[in-house]
Ligand binder design. Sequence first.
Ligand code: UDX
Length: 432
Amino acid sequence: MRIAIIGTGYVGLVTGACFADIGHRVICVDNNAEKVKLLRAGGIPIYEPGLEDLVARNVAARRLSFSDTVAEGVNQSEVVFIAVPTPPLPDGSVDLSFIEGVAREIAACMTSYKIVVDKSTVPVKTGEKVVETIRRYNQAKVEFDVVSNPEFLREGFAVEDLMRPDRIVIGVQSPRPVPAMREIYAPLEAPLVVTDINSAELIKHAANSFLALKISYINAISVICEAAGANVQEVANGIGLDQRIGRRFLDAGIGFGGSCFPKDLSAFIKIAEQLGYDFGLLKEVQRINQEQMQRFVRKLADTLWVIKDKRIGVLGLAFKQNTDDVRLSPAIALCEHLLREGARLRVHDPQAMEKAKTILPPGKTVAYVAERDAVAEGCDALVVATEWPEFKQLDLERARRSMTHPIMFDGRNLFDPQEMERLGWVYKSVGR
Ligand code: UDX
């Protein structure tokens, strides 16, 4: 299949590289000429495990190429994917101007039947607008179909998620584009959900909101566990074995962040409001998430008493493991909070330090420490803010000896409380 992907951000680039690897001929288009130049030269603008090899291999096999003009992509392809950003507006609703702009550009250069697939996360009924827009701006009046095919990629596992999806959702207006969509995904052997466009669009927001709800639910349980002297991990294991519930996304901590969950929640609340429904349940999910962070900061203050002038080591800046992404990262929010209280920080992250420097500039109050095991040196407390698995390999003995007081606040429950106590730490975690 000949495929164009408009937008080489996170989703577009991963999708394009994976489709090429499956065997399709893919042209990835971006209006940022600098980015296209970088990609053509073999550079990758984001950190995502496995992506660099995938791109290099498929460029070498001539299945993957890059362009900065939409017309070039559209003319060479049967199927055109839209994978441009849908950022939030100040009121929480979604800015659809990039989607509209690309739909117009595609329409302007379409001279034969095309399947236009929306991969970006959009509010329900966006597909209808895309159909109207293409119809309006296509002078040649060629036939086309619009399809909704939402992505479910987790940062850090995006290649794996694309190649081994739980399901593939295809929203269509007519049966005509279905065989082509089946062909694109055929080698992946995943269940295909073929439905109408509105339902497909809703599936994306409903899925992400449900996952965020799961996290807030277990975080609420963690509060009860702390008050009652129970262990939230044991509770999560116990309820997670019920196949109707499942264990995943039941890890209590300092809350969720990133470029998807917070934005998708706000958007879904707004979409519901516009459709006449007050989605109070999801507002509560947001509230619990904010409160979880405040609770954690209070825990630090309760133990350290005065945070001002305390030296605090922070492990983790990314919004989760396996990524360099710091957008709406709970770890960064925590650092900002501690800085406001007057703390001095020594911070470390395996991937996200460069990006973090744009938000937390290095200086007198923030020192970036390249070596993980050196982050605790001279500190009054050590905080774990991101669930990087390698933090479990921290040299605990070295850290303990190098601190003024061996106190650890584990915001991601990475260590075993009994073991930490045995090793001489004052150890505080979440819901245990
Ligand atoms: C998410 C969805 O998982 C993906 O399907 C969607 O398409 C994009 O949004 P992503 O934002 O990359 O992916 O990260 P994810 O792994 O879902 O984690 C989101 C946040 O939740 C992180 O801050 C993480 O630390 C937090 N989290 C996750 C928890 O606090 N507890 C958990 O049990 C799981």
